[in-house]
Ligand binder design. Structure first.
Ligand code: NM2
Length: 507
């Protein structure tokens, strides 16, 4: 049964994973400065010397996935040919969206433009038409189909090996199933790959939560007229962890899918409120313009290396973003594999690229353009608050400018908390899946294993909050952790090419 520890837990992965969690959190708490310096040095080295590799990696993923999605392999079904999708479309899209994005989306959607507008990329003149459009559309590029392609790659690799080629466990190394055939070496390599997954998860999740907790606390504090405090930050983390532990305990269809569907529904109502009570026409106009501008310039943005000016934009933003998506890739891959039985590879790729991007763009269009509007009309000095105080406070001020401002700040904080709980849910699930001995199709990791990870994941955010500059450490760690995964993605593509059937049944 559930609590049969020996049968359900793979201690050879469970213990190293728990140790990695401690090994990452403790030094950050004890030697924050040294940890910060070391990791910042690595960040600079990697972006300077290997930045191009990330850019070409994304281009490669795009080409490969287009070939799969639009070619004959796209119709390969995950499971038997007659298998019906396990989850309905709304629940499936909500879960994949919540697995892939979290509170980081509402954070950056509201504020990313403000970081670009005074120093636009591509040498555009600040205040010019080009500068404005670059500022409001670059974020949409960072969350668009190219970014989702980074998620789709490990998802296709893992789900194909799991459902079609009969891999018996659901882990990151499942994506390399069959590639490493020597039993002894295969085991060791698989263990290394699965540990990489834990590290990337911690760095990615640490960044998301480290960014969003101050934003949530500032919104709560402002809405009740209090000052933000450390206790409040920790209380927010504990609320998120409590919520997600309940969902993790209740399982996939009862807890996780309901939380995700509720989250998407609530966020949508909130966005509609802003659109309808805010400057509707402006939001729609600038939203349309930025969408068109971004689509038209995607190739330019994708290949922008800033070869002459070397302003740092590409390294600080685009490459950082790609690394962040790569770091999240395994978690999303494992989780989306689990919820996608009965879907085809084409469904997976297009579902992520289309619905993932559309969802993220709606946030950017409504939140970003609303914030831009209130700044431009001197209703809220958004950019100034970002400079003089903090981004979290600027976001809270934007929400406070809505009708029923203080209530909306509270609602906004609630949405962000549910967003965090919903994303962390898929992480706890993926960690539990990874540390289970075997997981046959349709089976879930044991209940206490899921709850253990839900609670354990709270440790790192608390460490990051307690340490000054913790978020910088997490952001740099994302990049460092993503590097081996970049190479691993190459291995997964190679494995897919090797194991895709030469002839498809019925072809
Ligand atoms: N990504 C999508 O908090 C979040 O939104 C997590 C961030 C990787 C940029 C996902």
């Amino acid at each position: 049964m559930e609590n049969n520890f020996k049968r359900s837990i793979d201690t050879a992965i469970f213990i190293p994973a728990a140790l990695i969690l401690l090994a990452v959190s403790v030094p950050i708490l004890v030697w924050p400065e040294m940890a910060g310096q070391q990791i910042a040095g690595m960040y600079d080295w990697i972006t300077e010397n290997l930045g191009l590799l990330y850019q070409w990696g994304v281009i490669g993923a795009l080409l490969f996935l287009s070939w799969v999605a639009f070619g004959r392999h796209g119709s390969i079904r995950l499971g038997s040919d007659s298998q019906k999708p396990e989850f309905g479309n709304y629940a499936w899209i909500s879960m994949l969206f919540c697995a892939g994005v979290g509170a980081g989306l509402i954070y950056w959607a509201t504020i990313e433009w403000s970081h670009y507008i005074e120093h636009p990329p591509m040498d555009a003149v600040p205040g010019s038409e080009e500068g404005r459009l670059l500022a409001v559309s670059y974020g949409m590029f960072h969350w668009g189909p190219l970014a989702w392609a980074i998620y789709a790659l490990p998802t296709v690799a893992i789900s194909y090996q799991y459902y079609v080629r009969g891999a018996s466990s659901l882990r990151l190394s499942t994506g390399c199933h069959g590639l490493i055939s020597h039993p002894g070496r295969a085991k060791l390599l698989a263990r290394i790959i699965d540990s990489l997954f834990v590290i990337s998860l911690l760095a990615g999740a640490g960044t998301s939560i480290g960014l969003s907790i101050p934003m949530i606390s500032a919104s709560i504090a402002d809405s009740v007229g209090a000052t933000r405090s450390l206790t409040m930050d920790i209380a927010v983390v504990c609320t998120c962890i409590g919520l997600l532990s309940i969902a993790a305990y209740s399982g996939l269809s009862k807890g996780i899918s309901k939380l995700a569907s509720f989250n998407v529904g609530l966020a949508f109502v909130f966005l509609m409120f802003i659109l309808l009570t805010g400057p509707t026409k402006f939001i729609l106009r600038q939203g349309t313009e930025s969408l068109g501008f971004m689509l038209q310039n995607s190739l330019r943005m994708l290949t922008y290396t800033d070869a002459v000016k070397r302003s740092g934009f590409v390294e600080n933003w685009t490459i950082f973003y790609w690394a962040w998506w790569i770091a999240y890739g395994p978690i999303v891959g494992i989780f989306v594999t689990r919820i996608s039985r009965g879907r085809t590879l084409r469904d997976l790729i297009l579902g992520m690229a289309v619905f993932g991007s559309l969802g993220a763009w709606i946030f950017y269009i409504i939140l970003g353009n609303y914030a831009y509007y209130v700044d431009m009309h001197h209703l809220v000095p958004v950019r100034q608050i970002v400079h003089d105080a903090s981004t979290g406070q600027a976001i809270s001020a934007v929400m406070g400018s809505l009708p029923f401002g203080n209530v909306m700040r509270g609602v906004f904080a609630l949405i962000a908390i549910i967003f965090i709980a919903a994303t962390y849910n898929s992480k706890a699930y993926a960690l539990a899946a990874c540390t289970s001995v075997e997981l046959s199709v349709g089976e879930d990791p044991s209940r206490w294993n899921r709850v253990f990870w839900a609670v354990a994941l709270g440790l790192l955010p608390i460490a990051l909050i307690l340490v000054n500059g913790g978020i910088k450490i997490a952001m740099s760690a994302v990049l460092v952790a993503s590097l081996p995964l970049l190479f691993l993605s190459g291995m997964m593509v190679y494995n897919l090419l090797k194991t895709f059937p030469q002839k498809l049944p019925g072809a």
